[in-house]
Design a protein around this ligand. Structure first.
Ligand SMILES: Nc1ncnc2c1ncn2[C@@H]1O[C@H](COP(=O)(O)OP(=O)(O)OP(=O)(O)O)[C@@H](O)[C@H]1O
Length: 328
């Protein structure tokens, strides 16, 4: 399976076999009546079998995109496919294979986890009530709640509550799970529980898409990432592709920063900045050894020289102009 190339402004550059994509969209756009464009020409490419982190600051359009994908709202323009089926035409065939957690299900606090799932299962008219117990037990097993199944929901920890919500989405076998901020509001223990669960689900071949505003979450559990900013998909691909794309900077430590900065500019380096005894600039296509030679040639005393690649966090800041919450 080939990997998608990074898109500079929301376009997927590599042409992929659509059959390998669990989700693909072309020009998906949502303009609300207020005139606000919440999702702007988004071309998603979510490879089958991936754990795809849909990353962006609050208000960047993640939830609206997920609602569009699930057909909960219609697009202003653009199209998309889920599991190879065009939507909304293929809804009846494809939606039973898609589990989603957008607004968590309303669980009854005084009922047990099992009884809550029973109610949820009974609301699905398309399944055979005679096999409910098997389905519910299997879902409880998958989220590790079998032993706590008879406990009342109100006695569940936050992590257990979220795992029960995921169990609700797993009452049928699913090929694709779409989860909106599944760890939002959880304590560290609950967050760990849910992340571990998502890893387990992915290991069984289910494609998992989760939206998050936490870069660390993407780094810990995702294979792929799509970055949203102001309704635009500003980058998409594997984590290693994103890392490889991050810009390299040359850093020079010198007692003559002004002369060093001038030399770097002459060589064609951009974004030259100087602070203290340190001069830094984007390398671009210039080879580091050429930079060192030019500095020596210009009689710049070089006390230290390093080439540093921006970390993912710095890169996201460059892409979105915003810091990401790196905790969690
Ligand atoms: N029904 C609506 N009508 C008008 N504007 C909306 C509607 N729903 C969302 N928006 C606006 O669209 C933008 C994107 O919102 P969205 O909820 O998709 O972002 P998000 O990335 O999921 O953020 P969050 O994590 O805060 O939910 C926001 O500015 C929001 O105010």
């Amino acid at each position: 399976m080939s990997s998608p190339a990074f898109a500079d402004h929301g376009t997927v550059q590599a042409v992929r076999d659509p059959a390998e994509l669990a989700i693909s969209s072309a020009g998906l756009t949502k303009r609300f009546r207020s005139g606000q464009v919440a999702v702007n020409a988004v071309d998603l490419a979510v490879p089958a079998g991936s754990v795809y982190g849909f990353l962006g600051p609050n208000g960047s359009g993640k939830t609206t995109t997920i609602r569009l994908l699930l057909g909960l709202i219609g697009p202003t323009s653009g199209s998309h496919e889920l599991l190879g089926e065009p939507m909304p035409g293929g809804s009846a065939r494809v939606l039973p294979r898609v589990g989603a957690l957008v607004e968590g299900p309303a669980f009854h606090p005084y009922l047990s986890g099992r009884a809550n799932l029973r109610r949820l299962d009974a609301a699905d008219r398309t399944v055979d009530p005679a096999t409910a117990r098997v389905r519910i037990d299997a879902a409880l097993d998958r989220v590790g709640l079998r032993a706590a199944a008879e406990k009342r929901y109100r006695h569940y920890s936050l992590g257990m509550r979220q795992r029960l919500a995921i169990a609700g989405a797993l009452l049928r076998p699913r090929d694709l799970l779409i989860l909106d901020e599944p760890t939002n509001g959880l304590d560290p223990q609950g967050t760990r529980e849910v992340r571990t669960l998502l890893g387990t689900l992915a290991a069984t071949g289910t494609t998992v898409v989760l939206s998050t505003h936490l870069l660390s979450e993407v780094e810990q559990i995702c294979t792929h990432v799509g970055v949203m900013h102001l309704g635009n998909l500003v980058a998409q691909g594997t984590l290693s592709e994103l890392r490889a794309r991050s810009a390299a900077r040359a850093e020079v430590e010198t007692p003559t920063p002004e002369r060093a900065a001038a030399t770097l500019r002459v060589l064609g380096l951009s974004d030259v900045s100087s602070a203290g005894g340190q001069v830094s600039a984007l390398l671009g296509d210039v080879e580091p050894e050429k930079v060192v030679a030019a500095l020596v040639h210009a009689d710049v005393p070089v006390r230290g020289f390093a080439v540093r690649r921006a970390g993912l966090e710095e890169m996201f800041v460059q892409l979105t102009g915003e810091g990401f919450d790196v905790s969690g």
